[in-house]
Structures are given as C-alpha cells and as structure tokens.
Design a protein around this ligand. Structure first.
Ligand SMILES: [Zn+2]
Length: 124
C-alpha cells in the first residue's frame, strides 16, 4: 500500500468502516484519482425526503453526485468536460445533508462499484 492509499485507508477507517471495506474504498479512491475521474455535485430536486419530519424537510439539502472520466481532449487541455463527451462511471441521487466526510465516502463508493476492487488476499 503506498502512502496516499494508506492515508485514505486511515480516513475511511476513522469514518466508521471495517478495515476490509476501508481498504477497498481507499483503493477505489486511488484508482479513480489515477484515471482522472472528476466529480460533480448538484441539487437533487426530486429526492425522496419522506423519511424526514416536516421541520427537517424544510432545511434538508438534497444532492446528486455524478462521477465521470473526461474525454482525452478536455483532459489534455485541463478544461471542464461536459456531456456528452465524458464517460460516466456512476452516480447517486437523494443524498441528504452530506458533509465532507460523507461526500468522500459516496465518491469512493461510486468508484468502488465501477472499478470493482478485488478483495484483499488474507495472509495466514
Ligand atoms: Zn470533453
């Protein structure tokens, strides 16, 4: 495990994940970084907030997270890439009141699903 992945691992461990899952998230985060995956958070006006009380609903912030790999042309020019020429790796909607920790976990989980990180071999 390199240093960056190890720091990520510690982050995901401290945010309440098992060591095996924290390692998968850390590796997925690294793969996403290496692949140049970008992230876009936007308001989600269609989120299902029925699990919240009326009071909570009035102050809730619902968002969607989209992760994508920019096209080579935009990546080479370091400019923003837009639909339809990027490749979507995954998205998640209905995320309510996310803080920076929760956002990072969501982003890593989307990457994990896309990159399908293999479980770590257990040594006896
Ligand atoms: Zn582009």
């Amino acid at each position: 495990m390199d240093q960056i992945t190890h720091r990520s691992y510690r982050f995901f461990r401290s945010s309440g994940h098992t060591s095996a899952y924290a390692l998968k998230l850390a590796r997925a985060e690294r793969l996403a970084f290496d692949a140049g995956v970008q992230t876009e958070w936007s308001a989600d006006p269609d989120a299902d907030l029925s699990f919240l009380s009326a009071d909570e609903r009035s102050s809730a912030v619902a968002e969607s997270c989209l992760r994508f790999i920019p096209c080579d042309d935009c990546a080479d020019r370091s400019r923003d890439c837009s639909w339809p020429h990027y490749t979507v790796i995954g998205s998640l909607s209905g995320i309510v009141d996310a803080d920076s920790t929760y956002r990072r976990v969501v982003e890593a989980e989307i990457a994990l699903e896309y990159f399908d990180v293999a479980p770590v071999a257990q040594t006896a």
